[in-house]
Design a protein around this ligand. Structure first.
Ligand SMILES: [Mg+2]
Length: 220
């Protein structure tokens, strides 16, 4: 893998779910726990609940609502925030993400969390994993009203946070999000190869894949 030119990178923009945190929690929550709760509430079989929810969830992909706790609570009449708290024991860091951030911090890099997660999800997760002290700025795209897939997210970010796109590294596990960051002019990009520790490797398409976050800082 090509090494990162750290002398030309001041800011590291980091996705949360699937990048710093194991996507296993989210996959379990949306693909297993939520369909089961929906089935129980509406006296459906699990297969019936999944048949209803899978296309419904897919129809909001890439939109801010897809990530919105309040939106799904209303739409499905389920206490999503409470359900996340009930399953919070599954929230975990991806391997080495805390050491990776510690290394960046020691090297004086500006670390910015940029997540599409809703503030309610963010709160539950950061309570569980204690990453906040290792981050300089925490941004939820819900604060701006546009998801990372939208160019307006990036222009709002550059109004509010001091960073030079060309001198920034962005790491994410979503190809549409990486493409949006690239289009905006983020200089250095890495795609997470295995966002869910129990899942398979992703197709990283045109992006350089990252397996172990610590490998990225081996030359820092
Ligand atoms: Mg992600």
């Amino acid at each position: 893998m090509p090494q990162l030119p750290w002398a030309h990178i001041d800011t590291v923009l980091l996705d949360m779910d699937g990048t710093l945190l194991d996507l296993h929690f989210d996959n379990f929550f949306w693909l297993k726990y939520l369909p089961q709760c929906y089935a129980d509430k509406n006296a459906l079989s699990l297969a019936e609940a999944q048949a209803y929810l899978t296309p419904l969830l897919a129809s909001y992909t890439g939109q801010l609502n897809w990530y919105c706790v309040e939106f799904w609570s209303k739409k499905l009449d389920l206490p999503i925030k409470q359900m996340k708290q009930d399953t919070a024991h599954l929230i975990a860091l991806r391997a080495n993400s805390d050491q990776f951030l510690t290394r960046l911090q020691a090297a004086g890099k500006h670390c910015v969390l940029v997540t599409n997660a809703h503030r309610d999800s963010l709160e539950i997760k950061l309570e569980k994993v204690h990453l906040a002290p290792l981050l300089d700025v925490i941004v939820s795209s819900h604060d701006y009203g546009y998801p990372k897939e939208d160019q307006r997210f990036w222009s709002t970010l550059s109004d509010k946070v001091d960073f030079a796109p060309q001198r920034s590294l962005f790491i994410d596990d979503s190809l549409p999000v990486l493409r949006s960051a690239q289009r905006y002019g983020i200089g250095h990009l890495r795609a997470v190869l295995q966002p869910d520790s129990l899942g398979s490797d992703k197709d990283c398409a045109e992006f350089v894949p990252s397996t172990d976050l610590l490998d990225l800082v081996s030359n820092l």
